[in-house]
Every structure is written in structure tokens, then in C-alpha cells.
Design a protein around this ligand. Structure first.
Ligand code: HEM
Length: 426
């Protein structure tokens, strides 16, 4: 796979598989170095299969655009070490995935399963949810306003709101939301010592703990699915429970995977972008003032907050055939890490990529991916954030850090973990 000029120095490559590096400056320092010196190189790190590291916006788009040439194939859709990969394959009868959701499927199944709910997530259909979402946002802002001028913006605000929205859409009762939140954090942030069920240093226990999380989810949604088959309602859970592919009802396992992907993909990402946007506003008082003075900038601010945070740090793909990308020879079966967060700081696409600009336009970020797997929930995520900040900003006179903010440690989905704020109400 490699010649010396394609190989990434080991110390640089190691950063990409160190969850702790995703919580500090090392990640973006590494991406910047890679874009400048080896934008499409191979990381060879002990304990991991070699993988290509795609860091430039144009190359990320190219891979996304050619989904048949760069499918998931018989490879894990997210980074995994050799031990973890072997354990999953052992448990799953050779498959590298613990689940088979949309983000693990290739054509011909992927477009069929995606089509089942695509209409639900289109702006025209989401419009009917606007009032409901605004009500949820208003209640969240009221709770924040009652906190006496101090909060942890993540725990007290950003986490609960998108969770509530997505659970409302799925039809999950409010009292079950804390359980859903915990399971999602265990699935998406399994490397962070504060949310993991088992230590990363014990890979065997780690894989089993991930299986247990999936089982918990399945037990929960099994009951919802049975209910919606017997009593269909006007919610997404009923669409999934009664869905058909090729004229046949989808299997219980397929329905379960669908619930899990919507339940999980839909809120940690949105809450991370919400908190990431607020963090950036506190760090950039001029941008806060600009946004306060002109609320019509909220939509461009929302896109900038998503670019800035890029909560989904990567997905993996494999090459279905020998090919060439950006002058590199990629062999069939090679594994590629799509570094979306690097593409979103690419100097070739973004003017002053390291500055946070609430009025950035155009903003061709790829935080939602690109091509066939482009985020199904992107319009919902942006609508949720827009409504939230439309409700929040007029209520706040000032806002500032009230202690050190921290990021969660995960090489997959991460964002602010703690964001202590002081604020004055308007
Ligand atoms: C896929 C990011 C919010 C549901 C994706 C992918 C990314 C992403 C990068 C593509 C993965 C790939 O390249 O394979 C985000 C971000 C969000 C967000 C940054 C918030 C700011 C949501 C919401 C929902 C959602 C609110 C639904 C309620 C999905 C689903 C897929 C997906 C179902 C799989 C699509 C497919 O494979 O066809 N998301 N997402 N996401 N997202 Fe999102």
C-alpha cells in the first residue's frame, strides 16, 4: 500500500487514533500539518490496519461523490483497532459492524432503506413540526432563564433540547429520555472515561459493553415497534415499524437499526454544534455583538457553528477497486479515514478557516458528509438550532465563561463536554 513518500510520520498518525487528542489543540495542529505536507497519506500504526488519511475538502468530496468506488465494503464504518475489529467479527459471524443501519449499508440496500424516511426529513415535511419545536425550545430557554445566571450550558441546556425533539419525532415518552441520552453517549462517546461502560484499555470488555448497549436499545425499541404495528400513529416510529422494502415488511432487526440510527445520530451531534456555537460566541465577543445586533444572521451563524464544531470527526470507507485519488494509487480493499473536521478548516476553501464568523457566506462545509450518505437529518438539525437561538438570543444580555470549558474524548463524535457560563438576562 505504501511508498515512503505516502507514509505519514508515526507520531502524527498516532494523534488520529488518540481519543484524548480530539479534546485539545493536537487534532487541528495535526490536520493542518497533513493538509500542508501530506494531504492524502497512509498511517501505519501498531495495532491498527493501515489507513489512508483524507484531509482536503476536495478529496473528501471526491470520495463521497464516488460512493460505488468507495463504499463501506467489508470494513468497519468507523475507526477500530485490530483487536476490536477481530472481536466484532467473531461475535457478528464475520461482519465488521455491530449494527446494520443506514450508515453501514451500501447500494443496492442503502437507497431503498434511505427512501423509507427521506420524505420525513425534507424541509417541506419538517415545516409542520416548527411550532412544536419552538415550544420545546421556549421551555428550554425558560428553564435556563430560571437558573440564576449560571449554568453548565452543555448539561443544563444543549443536551436535553435536541434529545427531546428527536424523541418527540420518534414518539418516545418523555420519562424515557434520560435512558436514551445515556445509551447514545455510550454508543457515540465510548472512549470518554466519563461515559464509557468499560475501559478502553480492556478491549475485550469494551466490545462486549458496546454489544450490551445495542441490546438495551433493541429491547427498548422492540416494544415501541410492536406498539406501532398494532396501533400506527402519525410519527416516525410508525413509518419505520410498518415499512416495506421490495414489497416485504422490513425485518425486526432492520427496524431496530433504523430506530437506533435516528435516535443516536439525531441529538449528540446537534447538541455538540449548539454548545460549540455558544463556546465560539463567548470566545469572540465581536461576533456575539454582531449576532445580537442582527438576528437575521442566525442561519449563517448556525452553519458556522456546525462547521466550527464538526461533531462527526470521521467516517471510514474502503476502495472497491484499484484506483487513483489526488495522484495516489489506492488499491482495492484499502481503508480510508474521511477527516471531515480537517476539510472544514481547509485553507483552499475557507477564507481565514480558523476564525469564527457568524456571517460566513458561502460556507461549503462538509460537516454533514457528502454524496449518497449525506446526513438525512441535516435540515432538521439546522432548523432546531435556528429556532433555539431565535428564542435564546433575545433573552440574553451578556454571556461569558464561568470556568474552563472542556471537550469530550472521542475520535468519532465529539464536542463540548462542559461549558460553564455566567449570563445576564435581557
Ligand atoms: C448521516 C453529521 C444531525 C440522522 C450523517 C453523516 C454525517 C452526519 C457526517 C454522514 C456519514 C457518512 O459520511 O457516512 C451530522 C451532524 C448533525 C447531524 C453534524 C448535527 C449538526 C442529524 C439529525 C438526524 C441525523 C438531527 C436525524 C434526526 C442521520 C442519518 C444518517 C446521517 C439517519 C445516515 C444517512 C445515510 O447513511 O444515508 N450525519 N448529523 N443527523 N445522519 Fe446526521
Amino acid at each position: 500500500m505504501t511508498t515512503t513518500d505516502t507514509r505519514i510520520p508515526v507520531d502524527i498518525g498516532k494523534v488520529l487514533v488518540d481519543p484524548a487528542a480530539y479534546a485539545d489543540h493536537r487534532l487541528h495542529d495535526t490536520y493542518r500539518w497533513l493538509r500542508a505536507n501530506n494531504p492524502l497519506g497512509v498511517a501505519e500504526i501498531e495495532g491498527f490496519d493501515p489507513f489512508w488519511v483524507v484531509t482536503r475538502h476536495a478529496d473528501l468530496q471526491e470520495v463521497g461523490r464516488q460512493n460505488e468506488l468507495f463504499p463501506y465494503g467489508n470494513r468497519s464504518s468507523t475507526m477500530v483497532d485490530q483487536f476490536g475489529d477481530a472481536r466484532v467479527r467473531e461475535i457478528m459471524g464475520g461482519s465488521p459492524q455491530l449494527l446494520r443501519t443506514l450508515v453501514h449499508m451500501d447500494a443496492p440496500d442503502h437507497p431503498k432503506y434511505r427512501a423509507l424516511t427521506q420524505g420525513w426529513f425534507m424541509p417541506a415535511s419538517l415545516r409542520k413540526l416548527e411550532d412544536k419545536i419552538r415550544g420545546i425550545a421556549r421551555a428550554a430557554v425558560d428553564r435556563l432563564a430560571g437558573m440564576g445566571g449560571r449554568c453548565d450550558f452543555v448539561a443544563d441546556f444543549a443536551l436535553g433540547y435536541p434529545l427531546h425533539v428527536v424523541m418527540e419525532i420518534l414518539g418516545v415518552p418523555e420519562q424515557d429520555e434520560p435512558r436514551m441520552l445515556k445509551l447514545t453517549q455510550e454508543i457515540f462517546g465510548p472512549q470518554d472515561p466519563d461515559t464509557a461502560r468499560a475501559a478502553l484499555s480492556d478491549p475485550g470488555a469494551f466490545v462486549l459493553s458496546m454489544m450490551a448497549v445495542v441490546e438495551d436499545f433493541s429491547a427498548y425499541f422492540g416494544a415501541i415497534s410492536a406498539d406501532r404495528r398494532a396501533n400506527p400513529r402519525d410519527d416516525l416510529a410508525s413509518v419505520i415499524a410498518n415499512a416495506q422494502v421490495d414489497g416485504e415488511p422490513i425485518s425486526d432487526q432492520a427496524a431496530m437499526s433504523y430506530y437506533i440510527i435516528v435516535a443516536t445520530a439525531g441529538h449528540d451531534t446537534t447538541s455538540s454544534s449548539t454548545a460549540g456555537g455558544m463556546w465560539a460566541l463567548c470566545e469572540n465577543p465581536d461576533q456575539w455583538a454582531k449576532l445580537k445586533a442582527d438576528p437575521s444572521l442566525i442561519p449563517t451563524f448556525v452553519d458556522e457553528a456546525i462547521r466550527w464544531t464538526t461533531p462527526v470527526k470521521h467516517f471510514m470507507r474502503s476502495a472497491a477497486a484499484d484506483t487513483e485519488l489526488a495522484g495516489r494509487k489506492i488499491a482495492q480493499g484499502d481503508w480510508l479515514m474521511l477527516c471531515y473536521a480537517s476539510g472544514n478548516r481547509d485553507e483552499a476553501v475557507f477564507e481565514n478557516p480558523y476564525s469564527f464568523q457568524v456571517d460566513r457566506k458561502p460556507n461549503k462545509h462538509i460537516a454533514f458528509g457528502y454524496g449518497a450518505h449525506l446526513c438525512l437529518g441535516q435540515h432538521l438539525a439546522k432548523m432546531e438550532m435556528r429556532i433555539l437561538f431565535e428564542e435564546l438570543l433575545p433573552r440574553l444580555k451578556s454571556v461569558a465563561f464561568d470556568g474552563e470549558p472542556t471537550m469530550s474524548q472521542s475520535w468519532f463524535v465529539n464536542g463540548p463536554k462542559k461549558l460553564p457560563l455566567r449570563f445576564e438576562l435581557a
